[in-house]
Write a protein that binds this ligand. Structure first.
Ligand code: PLP
Length: 407
């Protein structure tokens, strides 16, 4: 089933040789699964030796419409044959389409888009817009929030592991617990540049605060002239069961940042900007060479079309709810947190050995540094319950071993 590439020459054909070659040349980045992936189809990926894995991690929450969705692949192929790249110094037919499709998905009032390349860049941009618009420096974010690895986004990232002492952080930052409106109010004081948060934290442990928290944040920010920024890098484009999270709780933020799934796997990101804020931005204030490039825009336009035509929010809502119910009945599962298809499976024991057992059974899931008892599920929104069933079975088998014996 694996195809030799026709144009690139010899590729490693075993997991071991790919690992050796990659580790020889790359600087250390992530701790990796010991497999080299070569192909993906829908909810599955295949390693270079032809072994199939059910992908409930979605390639880091990226494969929104499943791996290699035919519409995405066709759009990329077609655009690659027309024009691979030209920057924002010219107009582009495909950028016009992508921007319009994104704006159509956006919440009312946030229909201006800034196209960029990664989650961290979208958050940098949101922080810049907030500081410029308010004339204030203070950024309030979550103790265990994650917003990226460039210095501004890192400043808003509360997790100390990433904000190492080696990086003195520019700007003024305050960190408050998720769900704690009183602490947020104290940190905002008379007014901050922005409050930025993942509406459902992921790396900090998947869970959801009650709707009143979000309504309280909206009221606080409006009252103090502070911008409310939802980092929807993980939750956006349908994952929580609505196109963007705020719909779930009746709250519209002032800025939304998106990345990961926005182009179904092609590197791209976006900031949705409130119309009046966009109107105050001047030419030259924001820019990026590759943002809004033709290939990225083909992928964005195709993905936005899939989100709409295949009702990915509805699918995430239905599959997520049914899967959560099914998992909640498994002995050893304490609770299932999150919404739609961003789910934390909270175990009665450390998750690491269970994640290893799932891997051995051909199933990829995420771990959670902030909560060692949590398994994180961030699958394609096209996942079906039938596809997920082997995971439920394998989890039940792994948890059938008594908790103390499993530790
Ligand atoms: N924001 C959130 C919520 C994320 O989960 C991530 C990455 O995991 C980022 C921002 C940073 O995105 P990127 O790695 O594309 O810069």
């Amino acid at each position: 089933m694996l195809q030799p590439t026709r144009t690139l020459g010899a590729l490693p054909t075993t997991n071991a040789s790919a690992r050796e070659q990659e580790d020889r040349w790359q600087v250390p980045t992530y701790s990796k699964w010991p497999i080299a992936l070569a192909e993906g189809r829908g909810s599955y990926v295949f390693d270079v030796e032809g072994r199939r894995f059910l992908d409930l991690y979605g390639g880091h929450c990226v494969a929104l419409a499943g791996h290699c969705h035919p519409r995405l692949v066709a759009a990329l192929r077609e655009q690659a044959g027309r024009l691979v790249f030209y920057s924002n110094v010219v107009y582009s037919d495909i950028r016009a389409l992508a921007a319009e499709r994104l704006a159509t998905l956006a919440p009312k009032g946030l229909q201006r888009v800034f196209l960029c390349n990664s989650g961290t860049e979208s958050n940098e941009t949101a922080l810049k817009i907030a500081r410029k618009a308010t004339g204030r420096m203070q950024v309030v974010s979550l103790v265990d929030g994650f917003h990226g690895r460039t210095l501004g986004a890192l400043g808003a990232t509360g997790m100390p592991k990433y904000r190492d002492a080696a990086y003195p952080i520019p700007g003024q930052h305050a960190y408050v617990p998720y769900g704690d409106l009183a602490a947020t109010e104290a940190a905002v004081g008379a007014g901050a540049a922005c409050v930025i948060l993942e509406p459902i934290p992921s790396m900090g442990g998947i869970r959801m605060a009650p709707p009143e928290y979000f309504r309280g944040l909206r009221e606080l920010c409006t009252r103090t002239g502070t911008l409310l920024v939802f980092d929807e890098v993980q939750t956006g484009f349908g994952r929580t069961g609505t196109t963007f999270f705020g719909e779930n709780v009746g709250v519209t933020p002032d800025l939304i940042t998106g990345a990961k799934g926005v182009a179904g796997g092609f590197p791209a990101a976006v900031v949705f900007v409130r119309e009046d804020l966009a109107a105050r931005m001047k030419l030259g204030e924001q820019g990026t060479t590759f943002g809004g490039g033709p290939l990225a825009c083909a992928a964005i336009a195709a993905t936005a079309g899939i989100v709409r035509d295949e009702d990915l929010p509805g699918r995430a809502r239905r599959t997520g709810a049914a899967l959560a119910e099914r998992l909640g009945a498994v002995a050893g599962v304490r609770s299932v947190s999150g919404l739609g298809l961003i789910r934390g499976v909270n175990l009665d024991r450390p998750a690491k050995p269970v994640i290893q057992a799932l891997f051995d059974a051909g199933i990829l899931v995420g771990s959670c540094e902030a909560d060692p008892h949590q398994i994180r599920l961030l699958p394609p929104l096209t996942l079906t319950l039938e596809e997920a069933e082997p995971f439920v079975q394998a989890l039940a088998r792994a948890l059938a071993v008594p908790a103390t014996a499993a530790v």
